[in-house]
Structure formats: C-alpha cells, structure tokens
Design a protein around this ligand. Structure first.
Ligand code: 8DG
Ligand code: MN
Ligand code: MN
Length: 370
C-alpha cells in the first residue's frame, strides 16, 4: 500500500480551467478511452457522469509525462473514484473493460452515427433510435420522423443531404480564408467592423468542425443591424444556403425591425446567453464544399467576453464560470462579468443577494460540478 498517497508529483488545481490541456500529450491511450466513456454517458443522457469523465480527462491530458503509477494521481482534484478505477485498469491491462464494452454497444454506436448528422443532438438521436431507426439510410428512406421534430426537421434535412460534406473538417487555412471572405462583406455593409476568429481555430486546432466568427463595432447602434444585413448579402451571393438565427431580446418589435431573410428560423434563446448569432451552412468558395459558419455580433462593450466564450473549449468555459461563481461570487457570461453580491455588505438587499448567490452556486454544482 502506498503510504504517501497525498504527495502527488503533479500540480493540483481545484478547477480544470487552470490546467494546460494540450491536444497531443503522453497519455493519449488513457484519454481516448475516457473520451469514449464520457461520450457514452452523454449519449445515454447521464450528463453528470459525462462531466466527471471530462474533468478527469483534462487532468490526465495535462500530466507532463507518461503516467505509470496510479498513486501519482490518487490525491488530484477532479479525479473521482470511478475515474481512478478506470485509469488503474488501463495502467494494469492496457484497456478499460467499460470502454471496450461501450465502444461495442449497439445502441451507442447507432446513436453516434445519428449524432454525426448536422442538427441531430443527443435528444433527437435518442428519439430516432426509440422510433426503431438503426441506420442513416433508413432515416433517409422513411421520413415519418419529420412530424416528430417540426422545429428541427429543416436542419436535419440539410444534415442528411450534406452529411459527408458537413462531417468533414475545415482545415485551418480555409477557416482563415472564409473569415476574410465574410469580413469583406461585413466591412462593406458597416465600415470599421472588427472580427475575431474564435472556436477551435483560436485554440490552435489544425482543423475544425465549423468556423466561429465574432463581429463588433465601436458604434453599438450600428452593430445591432449588421447580422440581418450580412446574412441577406451572403444569401444573395449564394454563399449562405441555410441559417438558424437567434437574435434580440425576444420581443416581436425587435425581430420585425431586424428584417430577417426568409431562410432564417427563430428560436427562443437561453437566458444567460443572448448574443445575436446565426448558425449557417455556407457554400465555401475556397473548397467548393458546404461548411458550417457561426456568425456572432455583439456591442463593443461585450466583445472580449463573447470572444472568450466562443473560443472555448466548452469545458474550459464551464470550469472558468464555476470558478468565478464559487470562488469570487461573480457571474461570467458571454456578455460580461457581474459581481452579484458584496462580501462586506450587510444590508438586507445584499443579504438577499448573497442567498441568491449561494442557491445559484448549489444549482450550478448539481448540474455542472466542475
Ligand atoms: P471546432 O469547431 O474547432 O471543432 O471546436 P469548437 O470551436 O471548440 O466547438 P464549437 O461547437 O464551435 O464551440 C465553440 C465555443 O462556442 C464553445 O466553447 C461554446 C461556445 N458557444 C457559446 N454559445 C454557444 C451556442 O449557443 N452554441 C454553440 N455550439 N456554442 C456556443 O458561447
Ligand atoms: Mn468551432
Ligand atoms: Mn461553433
């Protein structure tokens, strides 16, 4: 037995957002299997187990050298008991039994296939499976599912039609060239516009599943009208073939004022993230292939926060927001950083705010936990 379990040779931050998580590292054989288990849980709808796996994966990926002794990670934060048992089995035998079982599970492999369709998330993949579909060919042949998902049907149709193209990765160079292309249109409509390429590109990925372009302008009134005009221009030029757009404060007035192109459909937006954005399918003049481009427009005051949020990774943002909430009492979103209560204050209002903060942290702990 190891008597020195608490002395790990590795750095041990409480939040994974403080860990450097490189794409290539010395423990890929472990993280590949953790990723498989994470994905299995996620597709089964078990989000908390999936998140636990993702956090452990970050810890392992950040290790500076190949892991050989399980004791070295015994006391690390974000390595739960079940993750440790999996890692131990991999160290002992090279493979995790659970990961092998999951990778061969027929329901999981079928749902993985379905999820590779643009517009098909966990919920729809599950519903399609329960409806009895087992292959993408079956989904193409029998369209009776359309009635089940009226809001997603159009997107799924695009996803089925362009399955191979949208499933292929966009090389870095093409992301940059598409950025230049969209920027030219935006700058013609609104001179002086600024753009950052976010997403995996900004994190240095050699290829991405989509492009994330974030726009702003010093004139906050003007930027409000950029997105609809830009979409219209790109549509007229034959570049945008489909767009799923979310805008405004959900008031009918604002939506009407926006003069959206007919191809856009409107979706209610989540409370904490109300940036104007459009998820488009773009006919790339660079490769001739259809590519996914996310276009986001925000006022100058929110730009830094939006760029941070849309740079990702999702896990990094989740952890950073949890850190802000729990350790600092701040709410971080793509709009800004809000201090929601003051530690030193003791007015009734501040006490209420404090309670609210505690409740929110607890909720966050239940749903995100890391
Ligand atoms: P990749 O495309 O390079 O393969 O990976 P990625 O760039 O990291 O993935 P992404 O799905 O494009 O997400 C980029 C970031 O955008 C991610 O950290 C989460 C953030 N994001 C928001 N709001 C939304 C939203 O409504 N939908 C999606 N898909 N991402 C969002 O802040
Ligand atoms: Mn992306
Ligand atoms: Mn994206």
């Amino acid at each position: 037995e190891d008597t020195n379990a608490s002395a790990s040779p590795f750095s041990n931050p409480k939040y994974v957002c403080f860990l450097p998580v490189p794409r290539q590292h010395s423990n890929m054989h472990i993280t590949d299997q953790l990723a498989c288990i994470e994905d299995f849980y996620f597709l089964s709808g078990d989000e908390s187990r999936a998140l636990a796996m993702r956090r452990s994966l970050c810890v392992i990926a950040a290790l500076p050298r190949r892991l050989t002794r399980i004791q070295d990670i015994q006391s690390l934060h974000n390595m739960g008991q079940s993750s440790r048992a999996i890692v131990k089995e991999i160290l002992d035998k090279g493979r995790s039994t659970a990961a092998t079982c999951m990778a061969n599970d027929p329901k999981y492999t079928t749902m993985l296939q379905f999820r590779s369709i643009y517009g098909c998330g966990q919920r729809i993949a599950q519903a399609l499976y329960e409806r009895g579909y087992r292959t993408i060919a079956e989904i193409c042949a029998d369209r009776s599912w359309v009635a089940d998902f009226p809001l997603s049907a159009e997107r799924l149709e695009w996803g089925l039609t362009l399955h191979t193209e949208l499933g292929s990765q966009v090389p870095r160079d093409e992301v940059k060239q598409l950025g230049d292309c969209v920027y030219k249109y935006a700058n013609t409509i609104l001179p002086g516009v600024m753009m950052t390429i976010g997403g995996g590109y900004r994190r240095g990925k050699p290829a991405s599943k989509d492009c994330d372009f974030i726009f702003t302008h010093n004139d906050s009134d003007a930027i409000e009208f950029l997105l609809p005009q830009l979409l219209l221009q790109l549509q007229v030029a034959g570049l945008v073939v489909h767009a799923n757009t979310q805008v405004g404060h959900n008031t009918p007035e604002r939506i009407i004022n926006y003069h959206y192109p007919i191809i856009s459909d409107f979706t209610h937006r989540p409370l904490l993230d109300c940036t104007d954005r459009s998820f488009t399918i773009f006919k790339s003049p660079v490769s001739g292939l259809h590519r996914r481009i996310d276009i986001i427009c925000v006022p100058r005051t929110q730009y830094a926060y939006t760029v941070l949020a849309w740079t990702g990774s999702k896990q990094f943002n989740r952890s950073l927001r949890l850190y802000a909430e729990r350790e600092l009492g701040w709410t971080l979103s793509s709009h800004g950083l809000l201090q929601i209560y003051s530690e030193s204050g003791d007015s009734e209002q501040q006490q209420q705010q404090h309670q609210h903060h505690q409740q929110k942290s607890e909720q966050l702990g239940r749903t995100h936990n890391g």
